[in-house]
Write a protein that binds this ligand. Structure first.
Ligand code: AHM
Ligand code: MG
Length: 321
């Protein structure tokens, strides 16, 4: 089995490989901390603070944010970062000569932490548009997804896995805990064209637009050639976990506009664009219900967007007029 660093040495540049090396290192630490759930470690539960979009911050969120920031800073190849946990982006002064920036949700699905349900880290890498040698600027982070050069997520679950792309397909690595190394377990993953699963928080059904309501009804009713249900509903409420299952089994994930959240809940920069990049590397695609996520121009670091993402046949069906 190919180790992550061997894989990256042939797949991408030394700088990008170093960025993934930093993510790898931080994910070892986080994976271990996540494994302490239920042992009374003092890292669970609410922190008392709020993040920039007003969500209650969990202690593990803050811990993850610090661990990833430290690792990426010390990689020497990241000039600055924008984290979902902070209101503003940060220049890594000591790395001003570096060419890359990163957008990151250090711990997604944090409401699942206290109940031992899987969570994840989502990240995307851009080449900076500002001058190398100067501090990074907002525009470095507000790039279209079509300019993203690499992305990935880490899923902390039954095993810890890193799923990544550097623009040449999507690959899955599993962490061998005691050796502290990731091994490639799936290469060039393509999500099934049709799927089995639709993932959506159906409590918001009454708020959905007519097109989405029709699609949900279609999923509930659709029978396969044997007269059995074609689709089933699965929703963990942890984007990385829902994405990962649907990637492998085929399916669709939707977080639409709702009455309470007219732009949906997910953040375009930290969650929607990196995940859209990844699904596009696996033969699926993502929209905001109207437009291709990868073509959207972000205007604010913490802007929200509806997200529709998954297998081609289900996506085509939900996008139909
Ligand atoms: P978070 O970034 O605060 O953890 O929120 C994002 C999470 C996603 O992982 C998940 O898909 C969604 O929120 C679930 O939201 P809801 O409980 O409204 O269905
Ligand atoms: Mg999050």
């Amino acid at each position: 089995m190919t180790e992550l660093n061997n894989f990256l040495s042939t797949e991408t540049t030394p700088e990008i490989a170093k960025i993934f090396g930093a993510i790898e290192k931080a994910s070892f630490i986080l994976s271990k901390e996540v494994g302490y759930q239920g042992l009374g470690a003092d890292i669970l539960g609410a922190d008392g603070g709020e993040n920039s979009t007003g969500d209650a911050q969990q202690k593990l969120d803050v811990y993850a944010d610090n661990v990833f920031e430290r690792a990426l800073r010390s990689s020497g190849v990241i000039a600055g970062w924008a984290s979902e946990e902070s209101e503003k982006f940060v220049t890594f002064e000591e790395n001003k000569d570096a060419q890359y920036v990163i957008v990151i949700d250090p711990l997604d699905g944090s409401s699942n932490i206290d109940v031992n349900v899987s969570i994840g880290t989502i990240f995307g890498i851009y080449k900076r548009v500002s001058k190398v040698g100067a501090p990074v600027t907002l525009n470095d982070f507000l790039q279209k997804g079509s300019h993203m050069i690499a992305a990935g997520y880490v899923l902390y679950s039954v095993s810890t896995q890193m799923v990544l792309s550097t623009g040449h397909g999507l690959h899955v690595f599993t962490l061998e805990q005691w050796k502290k190394s990731y091994h490639r377990v799936l290469d060039h993953v393509h999500t099934p064209q049709d799927g089995k699963v639709y993932s959506i928080n159906e409590v918001n059904f009454d708020d959905f637009d007519p097109k989405l309501k029709r699609f949900i009804q279609y999923c509930r009713d659709k029978k396969n050639e044997k007269g059995k249900r074609q689709y089933t509903g699965r929703y963990i409420g942890s984007l990385v976990s829902d994405f990962h299952r649907n990637l492998l089994k085929g399916g669709i994930y939707v977080y639409p506009a709702t009455g309470e959240a007219p732009q949906g809940k997910l953040r375009l920069v930290y969650e929607c664009i990196p995940m859209a990049y990844l699904i596009s590397q696996a033969s699926g695609y993502a929209t905001n219900g109207v437009d291709d996520i990868l073509k959207l121009q972000p205007t604010e670091l913490h802007q929200k967007s509806p997200l529709y993402l998954g297998s081609k046949v289900m996506m085509d069906e939900v996008m139909k007029d």
